[in-house]
Design a protein around this ligand. Structure first.
Ligand code: UT7
Length: 352
């Protein structure tokens, strides 16, 4: 009987460096309300957002993903030639073919490595971090670059009261690699496809193409084709989050073997500051521990929000490298993924 070889990697892995990119253009609530039927006060009270970043000029999903990746590599004491895989967590890449990671890897001087996209909505970074840790543990790569990058505003209807004030653009990235002490717990993750349509594009590609084609013809019954955009049943997602996420957070703590009293930093996905306050309270995390609130000036950047928020905390000194942090991403799917981690060192090359 022929036996087939098995990989063996390293059990202990951690985030060794972090980098982020915040688009140049800052968009205030007042500017959003120039076309949206809302008020700056309503937006801040219900979401915790004052400002968000939108891409402008030459900025694209590809350029911001590469910029964050470049900073993460520069902020990590590992030769970039050792990166064995690039994982791009995004729902914003504009083509299904070719997917984004190979082009971004090329831009980073990493042409030739394994490169693939991971789409899991706002939970994308949590999924990506878990996959990266497991790739290293399995021996499939020694070092992995995980990038969360989104240009949510490309598919945003600026008049939609459920989304226009929430979403923003940005990118964050971490280098994951082997370490002496383990710095990434088992991933706790899950999904609820029964409620998948609660966050969804209004039409799929085929419907969109059919509509566009019909418009070229003579069918006057066909509505003019507009932009393909994202819609969200916010209150439904809020209720799902209130029930599902406390359980996910407890499960992440159990899987990590770390007591909640030992958690020093809480970095949830930046969907809504009110959801995060509720989660922190319900989980019974120590009152005084720092919690990410990058949403206030960055908005909800989907799969980019956790690395952006982590970077902001490290740059401003709200959190320190080596501290124990609880991460949880959640959103479209509906899906979630979380871990207990040790934070990477503060970046030498920050994003602001
Ligand atoms: O990142 C992916 C995961 N996403 C999430 O977790 C998002 C979760 N959901 C949310 O963040 C919130 O549901 C929203 C911020 C989207 C909406 O806030 P809400 O507190 O759930 O508002 P609502 O839809 O329940 O509406 C409350 C009121 C309504 O008015 P009445 O009926 O009480 O008079 C709405 O018509 O607020 C009104 N409203 C608005 N007013 C001003 C709804 N949207 C707006 C708006 N501006 N944009």
């Amino acid at each position: 009987m022929v036996s087939i070889a098995v990989n063996k990697g390293r059990d202990n892995v951690a985030m060794l460096g972090i980098g982020a990119y915040r688009p140049q253009r800052i968009v205030s609530n007042a500017e959003v309300c120039e076309v949206l039927d809302s008020t700056p006060d309503w937006i801040f009270e219900r979401t915790g957002i004052h400002n968000r970043r939108w891409i402008s000029g030459e900025e694209t999903i590809r350029s911001i993903a590469a910029a964050a990746g470049e900073r993460a590599l520069n902020n990590t004491p590992v030769d970039r030639a050792k990166i064995g895989a690039v994982l791009l967590c995004t729902s914003s890449w504009l083509k299904l073919t070719p997917h984004g990671a190979p082009s971004v890897a090329f831009d980073l001087g990493l042409n030739g490595v394994a490169a693939f996209d991971l789409t899991s909505g706002c939970g994308g970074f949590g999924y990506g971090l878990g996959v990266a840790a497991d790739l290293i543990r399995a021996g499939s790569a020694e070092y992995v670059l995980v990038i969360g990058a989104e240009t949510m505003t490309v598919g945003l209807d600026p008049t939609d009261r459920g989304t226009a004030m929430i979403f923003g653009d940005g990118a964050g990235a971490v280098v994951v690699g082997p370490t002496e002490e383990n710095g990434i717990s088992p991933t706790v993750w899950g999904s609820d496809g029964e409620n998948a349509e609660a966050i969804a594009q209004d039409v799929d590609f085929l419907e969109y193409m059919n509509k566009a084609q019909a418009m070229q013809g003579t069918d006057p019954a066909v509505e003019p084709v507009g932009r393909m955009s994202l819609h969200m049943e916010g209150p439904k997602v809020f209720r799902w989050a209130a029930v599902t996420l406390p359980r996910a957070l407890s499960a992440a703590l159990d899987a990590s073997g770390v007591a909640k009293e030992d958690i020093e930093v809480f970095i949830p996905h930046q969907a809504n500051a009110r959801i995060n306050e509720l989660m922190k309270k319900n989980l019974g995390l120590a009152e005084g521990i720092p919690m990410a609130n990058d949403i206030e000036n960055t908005g909800n950047t989907s799969a980019a929000s956790i690395p952006l928020a982590m970077e902001e905390m490290l740059v401003t000194g709200k959190a320190k490298g080596g501290q124990l942090a609880l991460l949880l991403g959640f959103g479209a799917g509906l899906s979630y993924a979380g871990q207990v981690v040790t934070l990477p060192p503060a970046p030498k090359e920050p994003s602001f």
